[in-house]
Design a protein around this ligand. Structure first.
Ligand code: SF4
Length: 410
């Protein structure tokens, strides 16, 4: 029996898919994460944007086209938000974000569990990639006005340090990099009497480098950076979600910092890690974003000199506080997306070109037979001539030039 486990969403979904694939393997299934012919398809959906939700629905149609007789199991944020949209011909089982591993036992029915209040363990996943993603928490307490996720995933629930350590130890057998991931990892630990800093210190003993997933600016302070320095194995890469460079917009987004506070956090990081990658997410075209506000965002992004920006066009989600604020015209939105993306490309190039001639530690991930593609400790994509390197194992390379989407090594 062949089962395809398809992830539409984030790295947290990916960790959950790994766990499900491991569970299916243990049950004797042949498993794949590719969109190929299979007897069963488990689709782990996403609702972070309208587009992600549309894509999640579209995948049901796609798999039915590949195998009209397949059994389809839908789980995740989009079905938590609105399970009826997946009540389509051929869908055997629909569930939400709770008890995802119940899909392993299921054959049919519609079943949405109440949101959990404590971290729900899933069976230990196997790492199927060159870099391993390890989920450390679920849920979020922030309720940013544009975000549907806290309603679908519930409040922040942290996984125990012991359980994370166990999975990281297992992952370190076949990779040199572990990415700590979650819905909001900055809130890690508060519910179980620990903190992200303490977790970082507990993982310092591992023979791997640790990359931190997306952080909220408020987690950055002296004691956090002290823990990062003391651990010694955390990548000099800080992904700090900004969302807007306008204080007025940040306020209407219910983000609890100002641009000045954000800039101070970046300056503190750079005191200790002067060449660290500072990457971010920015939402373009939020309902209250005027042209002037958007220009403030452009100027602030330039001032911070982000090394990369994930540009997200604002997606209005029913059920969120910001829904009633409306939306800006599509043409204005796409113009702003274009302008911020152009600035992103410029800043990225500026950051990357400074490393030509430097030595970087790269994890080779995939190869086209000529070049291995991988990421450095400061998250630059690096192409390395393929000499039978092992995916997942760090190699030290000297950067000799630039490519349109990264750097190239000797
Ligand atoms: S921090 Fe804000 S954007 Fe991120 S998951 Fe929580 S509510 Fe959503």
């Amino acid at each position: 029996m062949k089962t395809a486990v398809i992830n539409i969403g984030c790295k947290v979904n990916q960790c959950e898919c790994d766990s499900l694939m491991t569970g299916l393997l243990a049950r004797g299934h042949e498993v794949t994460d590719e969109l190929v012919f299979a007897d069963n398809y488990v689709i782990n959906t996403c609702a972070v944007t309208k587009e992600a939700e549309r894509k999640s629905r579209q995948f049901v149609g796609k798999v039915k086209k590949i195998n009209p007789r397949a059994r389809v199991f839908v789980i995740g944020c989009a079905s938590e938000k609105n399970f009826e949209q997946f009540s389509l011909k051929g869908v055997q089982y629909i569930s939400g974000t709770a008890k995802k591993d119940a899909v392993l036992e299921m054959v049919d029915g519609v079943h949405i569990e109440p949101l959990p209040t404590q971290y729900e363990s899933m069976p230990l996943g196997t790492n199927f990639r060159a870099r391993a993603y390890v989920k450390i928490e679920d849920g979020c307490n922030n309720f940013c006005s544009y975000c549907i996720i806290p309603y679908l995933r519930g409040r922040c629930r942290s996984r125990s340090v012991e359980s994370i350590l166990e999975e990281c130890k297992k992952a370190s057998e076949n990779t040199d990099e572990i990415v700590l991931t979650g819905i909001n990892i900055s809130c890690y630990g508060a519910d179980i009497g620990t903190s992200l800093s303490e977790l970082i210190l507990a993982l310092a003993e591992l023979p791997v480098r640790i990359r931190l997933g997306s952080l909220e600016a408020n987690v950055i302070d002296q004691s956090f950076l002290d823990a990062v320095i003391k651990a010694g194995n955390v990548c000099p890469h800080f992904h700090l979600s900004l969302q807007s460079g306008s204080d007025a917009v940040l306020k209407s987004m219910n983000r609890h910092y100002t641009t000045k506070e954000f800039a101070d956090k970046v300056a503190l990081i750079r005191t200790y890690f002067p060449t660290a990658a500072i990457t971010t997410d920015i939402i373009v075209g939020f309902a209250t974003e005027s042209e002037e506000n958007f220009n403030e965002t452009l100027a602030f992004a330039k001032e911070i000199a982000f090394s990369d920006i994930h540009v997200f066009p604002y997606s209005r989600r029913s059920g969120t506080a910001a829904y009633s604020l409306g939306a800006i015209p599509d043409a204005v939105m796409s113009d702003r997306v274009k302008r911020l993306s152009a600035l992103r490309d410029e800043l990225k190039k500026e950051y990357e070109s400074a490393f030509v001639g430097s030595v970087l530690q790269v994890i080779p991930e995939t190869s086209d037979g000529i070049y291995f593609e991988g990421h450095s400790e400061n998250y630059i994509k690096v192409y390395i001539p393929d000499r039978d390197y092992t995916a997942g194992k760090i190699i030290e390379v000297t950067i000799e030039g630039e490519r349109p989407d990264g750097l190239v090594a000797k």
